[in-house]
Write a protein that binds this ligand. Structure first.
Ligand SMILES: [Zn+2]
Length: 55
């Protein structure tokens, strides 16, 4: 019952921009943390800001 315009969103772990659910992520949405392949590769570069509460 997923309506158009009502897709789940979450912030990218690298750039911080919210990105919307995509069909290709249907099976791995809970594991998706990056809006794009580029952000996935860039992870860790500025991750300190997001992981302030890691330890
Ligand atoms: Zn991103």
């Amino acid at each position: 019952m997923r309506r158009k315009g009502d897709l789940p969103k979450k912030p990218c772990a690298t750039c911080g921009r919210p990105f919307a659910w995509r069909k290709k992520w249907a099976d791995v949405w809970d594991e998706v943390k990056y809006c794009s392949e580029r952000c996935r590769r860039d992870r860790g570069r500025k991750a300190r800001d997001e992981q302030a509460d890691a330890s």
